[in-house]
Ligand binder design. Structure first.
Ligand code: SF4
Length: 270
């Protein structure tokens, strides 16, 4: 089943889409609606028709995801033994196997790819955490999935600029897309892009990352873990960035992934 069929099947059989604009079905010459001024989270939900943000347990605050099946580099890497993609936690594993989770990710994919309101809606949600007055401080892009093209990366950069009080972290195996984009665009200061290593216990793409002014991440086994000084501490703090508190949005804990000063973050393969 190719991507297009899969999307069309969802549209046909589930009828879950509320905003026809997002599928590019608007006839030529018809003017698109402007994004309305939202006052509450309910306004956004009514307008979009579903929850745009994901809420991964490990993260201190909310995130954004799309199906891992849409990963471009991942589509090849998943078949390679010893690759990080071959053990992907989001590819039909864990909570990502549930139909409601799959549907939610597919809706987000469609909205991010096709809706002219994606930047406005995401910026509002990040600036109004859970509909309240505060903003999201630590935002993660793609707890599942990856950037699809330069346009999507450009939209993410626009969202970062519209949410200056938020730290954004974007891990990516789409080295080509990122390289092309960085060569002709300036990245926002509040965005940390980490080029992800492709193989378990493999080297991170340090040379490329340095050239682009970016950081990296890798996945390592227990044997390597013991030899390295700094590594993701989540396995020692109940699988969470915040340590044992698990309180979303709590201060403290580790935020290394968001820090441009941490050149490489190794995660334990488990
Ligand atoms: S390195 Fe720190 S911030 Fe990154 S995932 Fe691990 S605990 Fe969270």
């Amino acid at each position: 089943m190719n991507k297009l069929t899969m999307i069309n099947d969802r549209v046909t059989y589930q009828g879950v889409w509320t905003d026809k604009e997002i599928f590019g079905k608007i006839p030529k010459g018809v003017k698109l609606k402007e994004t309305p001024k939202f006052k509450t989270l309910t306004d956004v939900k009514r307008f979009v028709g579903f929850n745009m943000l994901s809420d991964p347990q490990k993260m201190p605050e909310e995130a954004f995801n799309i199906p891992a099946q849409m990963c471009k580099a991942g589509a090849f890497m998943i078949h390679i033994k010893g690759s990080v993609c071959s053990i992907c936690y989001a590819y039909d594993r864990g909570r990502y196997i549930f139909q409601n989770v799959k549907d939610a990710m597919l809706r987000r994919y469609n909205y991010a790819m096709y809706s002219p309101h994606f930047v406005d809606v995401m910026s509002w949600l990040i600036n109004h955490r859970r509909g309240g007055k505060s903003h999201i401080t630590w935002f993660r892009w793609f707890d599942s999935g990856d950037i699809q093209d330069e346009k999507m990366l450009d939209n993410i950069c626009k969202i970062c600029r519209a949410t200056p009080n938020t730290n954004h972290w974007l891990p990516s195996k789409e080295w080509k897309i990122v390289t092309k984009y960085v060569h002709s665009n300036k990245l926002p200061k509040n965005l940390t892009i980490r080029l992800s290593g492709l193989m378990i216990d493999g080297q991170p793409p340090t040379k490329l990352a340095k050239k682009l002014g970016l950081t990296t991440s890798t996945v390592i086994t227990h044997e390597t873990y013991d030899k390295i000084l700094f590594k993701c501490p989540s396995s020692k703090q109940d699988g969470h960035c915040n340590g044992f508190t698990r309180k979303k949005g709590a201060d403290g804990g580790c935020r290394a992934c968001w820090s441009g000063g941490v050149v490489n973050v190794p995660y334990l393969y488990h």
